[in-house]
Design a protein around this ligand. Structure first.
Ligand code: ZN
Length: 320
């Protein structure tokens, strides 16, 4: 599992392509590539903002400690567990009757891409540097569109909410971010079930025309299991409609941003550590918390010869 994550995030980040978004926003150019109009991933910025609140910081740290303890209790081995976990997914499409109201076929394509990447069925799975050859692994996690709404009603795994909030409103401080306002629009106005969709039962994916200037973002897992709008927000994934799947309003080049964000949702950091600044020399001393890769400075292009800190063959001692 861990080994596959290396290629999942390394490759999928590269695909966070280039589509102009409607609002003019002040974007961090260090978090964008030349010619692009969105930041590729703002997960760690969101987490940094959240950590400004001591209670939330304590919750994040507590969740990380809990997961580390759990991992230690399981030990680290590379054997195949042969247990496939299926995660029910709901795509909450937040639209204003524009092209962001993507088709069910485009959603199905997005799910198929997740399953391809997390089951190591992607043809580029073994495109890794020589020291990592043979390491990419089937994560043994599958995703399927949920079939039952919280009230037990059958549905097709997709909700649609018609609202101007398909464009994320500005954050009103860390406690009322624009994404939470989009979640509340879903809770109050979707066409399937108006109410909370518990994050402990569904992977909630919010698809919109604008999510605050990023292609995608999410948060690392939190421990709070209370079903609430707030936890739907903090435990969900936000993705642009133009980065969902590879067909319709998206494209192959932007089809793996969701693979990237699901990695974060499963507690995977960027390979250069928990920050959004690939290329920053400080990342050479930042670990991603997973033992399969050495410390690296991070890259924003997909080159198998990229190695900006040290020789990966010499670096496994970094493993903690
Ligand atoms: Zn990311």
């Amino acid at each position: 599992m861990k080994k596959q994550f290396y290629s999942l995030l390394a490759i999928s980040l590269i695909s966070m392509g280039s589509f102009a978004q409607m609002p003019e926003r002040i974007l961090d150019k260090s978090n964008m590539r030349e010619g692009e109009h969105v930041e590729y991933c703002t997960t760690h910025k969101k987490l940094a903002e959240l950590r400004k609140d001591p209670k939330m910081a304590a919750m994040i740290d507590g969740a990380q400690a809990e997961m580390q303890n759990h991992a230690k209790s399981k030990g680290d081995n590379n054997t195949t567990k042969a247990t496939v976990y299926k995660i029910p997914v709901v795509f909450h499409i937040i639209h204003n009757n524009g092209t962001e109201n993507i088709s069910k076929e485009q959603v199905a394509d997005a799910v198929a891409i997740l399953n391809r990447d997390y089951r190591k069925l992607n043809t580029d799975a073994n495109n890794v540097q020589t020291p990592f050859q043979g390491m990419p692994t089937d994560v043994e996690i599958e995703f399927e569109l949920a079939k039952k709404a919280p009230n037990g009603a059958c549905f097709a795994g997709i909700t649609r909410t018609s609202t101007a909030l398909t464009v994320a409103p500005p954050d009103q401080g860390w406690s009322n971010p624009g994404g939470l306002q989009q979640v509340n629009a879903v809770i109050n106005g979707n066409d399937i079930y108006q109410g909370v969709w518990p994050h402990t039962k569904y992977l909630n994916i919010y698809v919109a025309a604008d999510i605050g200037g990023a292609a995608g973002y999410t948060y690392n897992p939190m421990t709070n299991a209370t079903a609430s709008a707030s936890n739907m927000y903090y435990n969900g994934i936000f993705i642009l409609s133009t980065y969902t799947g590879s067909i319709g309003t998206s494209s192959v080049n932007s089809s793996r941003s969701l693979t990237h964000e699901v990695g974060h949702w499963l507690n995977l950091e960027h390979v250069w550590g928990p920050n959004n600044n690939p290329g920053n020399a400080a990342s050479c001393s930042d670990d991603d918390g997973v033992q399969d890769t050495p410390m690296c400075i991070g890259v924003t292009s997909c080159s198998l010869s990229s190695n900006t800190c040290n020789d990966p063959v010499q670096q496994p001692a970094e493993i903690n």
